[in-house]
Design a binder for this molecule. Structure first.
Ligand code: MN
Length: 478
């Protein structure tokens, strides 16, 4: 179980009795968070910062603990912030600053200066806020009474984002083959991606999977086929074609596990030794949280896995998507998005069918794939691009809808959605911002989740939605 360390701030000015009360109140707060959010992360109390040395010791503990995904701070009393400087210089994990109190209401009848000295977050949290701002430390502030539902929801949101950032720092992507066919947006600076986000982008030849798949036993394939048959409806009699996908998936799973990879890419240009492009194999793995990027897109492979981690336990679905084509009927504009094969199974609204169809491009055998209708409702489309001197996240609010007419000849899973504030501004904004054709669609995450991730990872963020205007479009040239 991942954990957050809770570090309260105070000082030794107020005496032993006051510090005991600070500790007791903080323990009560930690117990409350564990009761409410203990299934997401564990909260653990560290010694109250009374000196610079204690702060450094606390932050050292944060940094060497692999299970720790971040820090929660709260200034119960005033805590002179110079003594936080050296500790904060060590901290390289997400920071949540609670601006709260042990008490909800003021005890008007009994309040005296002892109460004022003990309960002065309004004073101490401002001092702490200043040093964070002065040191340019990205952090999240949540203000309010800690037992209120909306406050708790924001703490939970921070937990989800901190888990995703931890996932990012431990992200290793297996790229089989390279960036494909001169595509620009799928490429970028892998070195900078590792420095900035922690992504180890490893290269292997697809021959590794070809060799491994030769060693996959019939029993292993039987087991994988049983998994497919349990989850999906077999709508083909070409079982051997499906078994070939099962063979690939077993091989991919073994390879990723052995090499500790959380995401992978392939390219349909480089499938030497394989009969089919991995279809179900990729779709089924994505549904288990494995990141996938087609055409060598290591950024979307990593980013989709990270956003799936962020949405863990929430209602809705999150997965990779590609922009394809539009219905431009005036006032009813809608986008049809899909991929040539690899649409993640977690986006399915109903039980997917296993079908076999020819693939128009790539020159390989007919691949088996999952075909299904996707989820509907309010969601976001989000992507991450490499601008050369920085990364940019683009997040657009969208409305996923049921297809207005059946498309019986379309042999792939697909979604349809409307742009916001409308087609013209929404899609133009995406183009101006340099948004990729590969993205992540989510009905589980929202703009504020992505904004928090962008802030805490120091990433530029462009948002598109009902608040986007014609004038905003010109901002993206910078
Ligand atoms: Mn693509």
């Amino acid at each position: 179980m991942k954990k957050l360390y809770f570090i309260p701030g105070s000082q030794d000015l107020y005496g032993e009795e006051c510090l005991k009360q600070v500790h007791a109140d903080c323990q009560k707060m930690v117990d409350f968070f564990n009761e409410k959010l203990g299934d997401v992360v564990r909260f653990e109390l560290l010694p109250t910062v009374e000196t610079s040395e204690i702060c450094v010791e606390d932050m050292k503990k944060v940094m060497v603990d692999d299970d720790c995904i971040g820090v929660v701070t709260w200034m119960h009393t005033f805590s002179p912030a110079k003594m936080w400087i050296k500790g904060l210089q060590i901290l390289r994990k997400p920071l949540l600053h609670l601006h709260t109190q042990a008490n909800e209401k003021l005890p008007y009848d009994t309040i005296d200066m002892d109460f004022m000295n003990l309960n002065q977050a309004a004073h101490g949290d401002r001092e702490f806020g200043f040093i964070l701002a002065r040191m340019h430390i990205a952090h999240q502030v949540v203000a309010g009474y800690y037992q209120h539902e909306d406050f708790l929801a924001k703490v939970k949101q921070f937990c989800d984002v901190a888990k995703a950032i931890d996932w990012s720092h431990n992200m290793r992507v297996a790229t089989f083959g390279n960036n494909m066919r001169d595509v620009a947006v799928t490429d970028g600076n892998r070195l900078e991606a590792e420095i900035h986000y922690g992504w180890e982008i490893k290269y292997w030849g697809i021959g590794e999977i070809v060799e491994l798949s030769k060693e996959v036993t019939e029993a292993e394939i039987d087991q994988k086929m049983a998994e497919y048959e349990e989850k999906y409806t077999m709508a083909t009699d070409r079982i051997d074609v499906v078994r070939e996908q099962a063979r690939y998936e077993v091989a991919f799973e073994k390879f990723l596990k052995e090499n500790n990879c959380k995401a992978f890419t392939d390219t349909f240009q480089d499938l030497h030794g394989m009969n089919q492009l991995p279809g179900i194999a990729a779709q089924n793995m994505m549904a288990k949280g494995v990141g996938f990027g087609p055409e060598g897109d290591y950024k979307i492979a990593a980013f989709s896995a990270i956003l799936q981690k962020m949405s863990e336990g929430r209602k809705g679905a999150t997965g990779f998507m590609e922009d394809y084509t539009y219905d431009l009927t005036p006032g009813k504009e809608v986008e049809l998005a899909s991929h040539m094969l690899e649409v993640p199974a977690q986006l399915a609204a109903s039980k997917p069918e296993i079908q076999v169809h020819p693939l128009g491009i790539g020159g390989k055998s007919d691949p088996a794939r999952l075909v299904f209708d996707c989820v509907e409702g309010d969601g976001i489309q989000v992507t991450l691009v490499d601008m050369g001197d920085h990364f940019r996240i683009i997040c657009a609010d969208v409305e996923l809808i049921r297809e207005p007419h059946p498309m019986p000849n379309l042999p792939v899973a697909h979604i349809m959605y409307r742009h916001k504030p409308n087609f013209e501004i929404g899609t133009a904004a995406w183009c101006y911002a340099g948004g990729a054709h590969h993205s992540v669609i989510s009905t589980a995450l929202n703009r504020s989740d992505i904004a928090m991730f962008a802030k805490l990872t120091g990433t530029e963020l462009v948002t598109i939605g009902d608040d986007t205007t014609e004038a905003d479009l010109q901002k993206f040239y910078m």
